[in-house]
Design a protein around this ligand. Structure first.
Ligand SMILES: CC(C)(COP(=O)(O)OP(=O)(O)OC[C@H]1O[C@@H](n2cnc3c(N)ncnc32)[C@H](O)[C@@H]1OP(=O)(O)O)[C@@H](O)C(=O)NCCC(=O)NCCS
Length: 227
């Protein structure tokens, strides 16, 4: 439950979003993602029920503008099958029934800041709060599966149709795109740049089935930080 006094504070960060915040959470979700990508209220309700500590909101002038959710998993860097899981498999289709209460790793399920509030540092503050939670819980790592939302666009700027590439060529293109940097040495891809700024490191490109995610040509990027 969000404390009413906290809501009055400008830009205050609130931990433990509750069922009473669900309507606001759904409003933020709608202002963050296109229709196909919005998680329904049931998924947020399930995440809050299963792991309330991981449901974090950022408020601007008393209004919720960003939400992040997380869960715990047991991740073993030496178990190669862990690298081939899809987002749906890891998160139980976003309902986090797969949450492991004693998991060694805090897995960030979602980070979203509504469009009109993006670029003000709220996303970084949400991830920082997840880092703090991971530390307080004694987790060894913080982990997430990032998207490559500008990958398909970058191919089409080069007049490349991803459907015309072989599986091997597509993986090479995705790896090349992930590795590409701007003149300032930061990643070309804004989402990876964002998570690196938050303190995560690129571990591995996933298989091309991480999500149904046309913008990323279904690739994801496993990102990890040791705590
Ligand atoms: C990605 C996101 C959470 C960042 O939150 P934010 O409050 O805008 O981010 P901050 O102000 O803390 O940091 C800005 C950085 O975020 C990244 N960013 C900004 N807009 C973005 C977008 N639409 N998509 C992906 N990354 C974005 C950029 O790296 C930017 O840094 P830059 O100014 O050097 O380009 C937010 O833009 C968002 O919710 N986007 C849509 C949903 C999404 O892609 N969520 C993350 C994947 S699950």
């Amino acid at each position: 439950m969000v404390h009413p006094e906290d809501k009055k504070m400008v830009n205050s960060l609130i931990n433990h979003l509750a069922d009473s915040d669900l309507e606001e959470i759904v409003r933020v979700e709608k202002n963050t993602w296109p229709a196909d990508w919005q998680a329904p209220i049931e998924k947020f309700k399930a995440r809050i029920a299963k792991f309330p500590q991981g449901a974090i909101g950022v408020f601007e002038n008393g209004n919720l503008v960003g939400v992040s959710t997380s869960m715990r998993i047991n991740f073993d860097p030496n178990t190669t099958s862990d690298y081939h899981k899809t987002w749906d498999q890891i998160t139980g289709d976003g309902f986090i029934a797969t949450h492991e209460p004693d998991g060694n790793t805090l897995y960030v399920v979602s980070v979203g800041v509504q469009k009109e509030s993006q670029g003000n540092g709220y996303g970084q503050r949400l991830v920082a709060k997840q880092f703090e939670l991971a530390k307080n819980l004694g987790c060894e790592c913080l982990m997430l599966g990032a998207r490559l939302p500008k990958f398909r666009e970058s191919l089409s700027r080069q007049d490349i149709n991803p459907d015309s590439l072989s599986a091997t060529e597509l993986i090479q293109k995705a790896q090349g795109y992930l590795d590409s940097k701007r003149n300032d040495g930061l990643r070309q891809e804004p989402e990876i740049r964002f998570y690196e700024k938050c303190g995560l490191k690129v571990l591995k490109l996933t298989d091309p089935n991480f999500g149904p995610d046309p913008e990323s040509c279904n690739f994801g990027v496993i990102m990890l930080a040791e705590i």
